[in-house]
Design a protein around this ligand. Structure first.
Ligand SMILES: [Zn+2]
Ligand SMILES: [Zn+2]
Length: 201
């Protein structure tokens, strides 16, 4: 068992709650807008926190306390793009790193994510793309020198792999939206059917 795995075992246990770890973590909280930025030591952009003799990450502790299990091989990332943020509301399970082993497509870097989130204005419902938009109303994001639809990028890297040939449909009918919860992978036929349905109503 690696040190990280041992640590995750502790995070899954009740020991965490008994030791007032969270109170110690909060001593290093600095508010930056809605973000809770870690004021302690940082490595690779993430907060670093030593507890029970293990170096771990405050955002992983926040996940374990407020969101639930740390699933093996799944990375906890920040929707705000700030690695040092440990606001539980900004954390999501990022499955992408998991897929990376079996796929050759490169992972978005912190800079890519910074550019991406810098072009998104979140509302309570939709996450509107405020970057470049084509005439047909669809968003464009440049990733590794290729132009992609921003909503396909969002689906691919926040929800998971897009099966071959499938379209990403907006359940909210807002073409600029990149909220992964509003996106669904559908066949071309289903996509056409929904477009017709929408025209008729
Ligand atoms: Zn944040
Ligand atoms: Zn939406």
């Amino acid at each position: 068992m690696s040190a990280n795995e041992r640590w995750d075992t502790i995070l899954r246990s009740d020991k965490l709650k008994g030791e007032n770890v969270w109170r110690k973590v909060l001593k290093h909280r600095v508010y930056d807008g809605e973000c809770w930025v870690w004021s302690g030591s940082i490595s690779q952009g993430y907060g670093r926190f030593n507890v029970f003799g293990f170096n771990t990450r405050p955002h992983r502790i926040a996940w374990a306390i407020f969101k639930g299990e740390l699933r093996r091989g799944i990375v906890i990332s920040q929707t705000c793009g700030k690695r040092s943020c440990f606001n539980p509301a900004h954390l999501f399970e990022n499955e992408y790193k998991n897929l990376k082993r079996g796929s050759s497509s490169p992972e978005p870097s912190e800079i890519d994510w910074g550019r991406f989130w810098g072009s998104v204005a979140k509302t309570d419902e939709c996450w509107d793309w405020i970057g470049y938009v084509k005439r047909d109303g669809y968003s464009v994001f440049c990733f590794r020198g290729k132009l992609l639809s921003a909503h396909r990028f969002a689906y691919r890297y926040l929800n998971g792999e897009i099966p071959d040939g499938l379209h990403i449909d907006h359940l909210c009918r807002n073409r600029r939206c990149v909220n992964p919860a509003h996106l669904e992978a559908v066949t071309q036929a289903e996509n056409n059917r929904r477009a017709r349905e929408q025209k008729e109503t």
